[in-house]
Ligand binder design. Sequence first.
Ligand SMILES: Cc1cc2nc3c(=O)[nH]c(=O)nc-3n(C[C@H](O)[C@H](O)[C@H](O)COP(=O)(O)OP(=O)(O)OC[C@H]3O[C@@H](n4cnc5c(N)ncnc54)[C@H](O)[C@@H]3O)c2cc1C
Length: 373
Amino acid sequence: MDVAIVGGGVIGLSLAWSLAGQGRSVVVVEQGDFGRESSWAGAGMLPPGRLKGATTAEARLRAFSAGLWDGWAAALQSETGVDTGYRRCGGLHVTAPGEVRASNESTLFHEIREWVREGVEVHERRGEALREVEPALAPAVQDGYLLPTMAQVRNPRLVRALVAGCVMRGVELISGTPVIGFRRTGDRIAAVETSSGTVSADRFCVTGGAWSRQILAQAGVDVQVEPVRGQIVLLNAQPCPIRHVIECGPRYLVPRSDGRILVGATEERVGFDRRTTAGGIGGLIDFALSLVPSLASASIERTWAGLRPGSIDGLPYLGVVPGFDNLFVAAGHHRNGLLMSPGTAHLMQQLLSDERPEIALEPYSIRRGMNGA
Ligand SMILES: Cc1cc2nc3c(=O)[nH]c(=O)nc-3n(C[C@H](O)[C@H](O)[C@H](O)COP(=O)(O)OP(=O)(O)OC[C@H]3O[C@@H](n4cnc5c(N)ncnc54)[C@H](O)[C@@H]3O)c2cc1C
């Protein structure tokens, strides 16, 4: 086997699909069911970016990945027949109700300035002009920025397409099998130990999401990856009162094409606790109604929580693990793992194939988060 991947979320599956597309033999070992953790729980927002104007490490990976999404979704669909629900629905970033303009210190101001600098299409919309874009917005919401190229994907369908694509490309998929150790000889990993035997390969890549710290600890590496819980409420509103993804600070409304609206998300450091809470869900419903009051009559269809893989600075760890010749990592994508999955897969596939990655991977080095490195 050329490559063994540990963890079958969107990052591991995307990498496996990419590697198999280049003729590599690949096995993915997953402790539960494929794509049922953070990759299933996420909201599927895909913010835009333009690589030419990107100046930071975050912007480069975001823009590189955003630029791949059209072709990535089309290739997955034509190969597997699964529609991932990828579409450019546009996005609207608004100030909080009652706030007249985005202050120069606000995150919104900095995000918009970065997009403008990159050359992403952004239009300011105030007052009536804002309501022409989204008539159902509360009158107290006064200022916003329209991003026509923002997209979304339905992540459970994306995972289904990736699993189908991996099967069609001959990837060996092993589910219900936790990796519980590494067999090491010098600076090389010979095999991973699982609950039902060993898996050998030339190279290994850890894509264990929020569990990556525990997985790498088995190889004697301590890297700071922390679970960050995100709760979500799924509303059903017929007809759906909004068309764009609407973001306000760290929370958002994501309209699906079938009248459902995702309201997300909390950001909580509570360990590996996937429960939803009254405070979390109540806060999200209050938030939704403060932006779009007519959602008061929507039904609550479902609530859930997922564990984002948090890194020390919100950027993923990508590359070789120091001290090893054949152990790699692609983890810690925090709030952007769905967006960054095609870019991560592309760059890691290049690295694992001894090609020069199109974007230099040094800023994403795992050394940033390693204790004792
Ligand atoms: C509420 C919420 C909203 C989000 N919204 C967005 C969004 O709008 N846009 C966006 O881009 N991102 C979003 N994200 C983030 C995104 O979902 C994650 O960054 C991404 O899914 C991480 O993918 P992953 O494959 O690294 O992790 P996961 O999907 O968690 O996959 C890791 C896998 O590793 C497996 N594993 C763990 N330990 C072992 C072991 N010992 N052996 C074998 N397998 C193991 C797990 O079972 C799991 O399946 C959101 C996340 C949440 C929770």
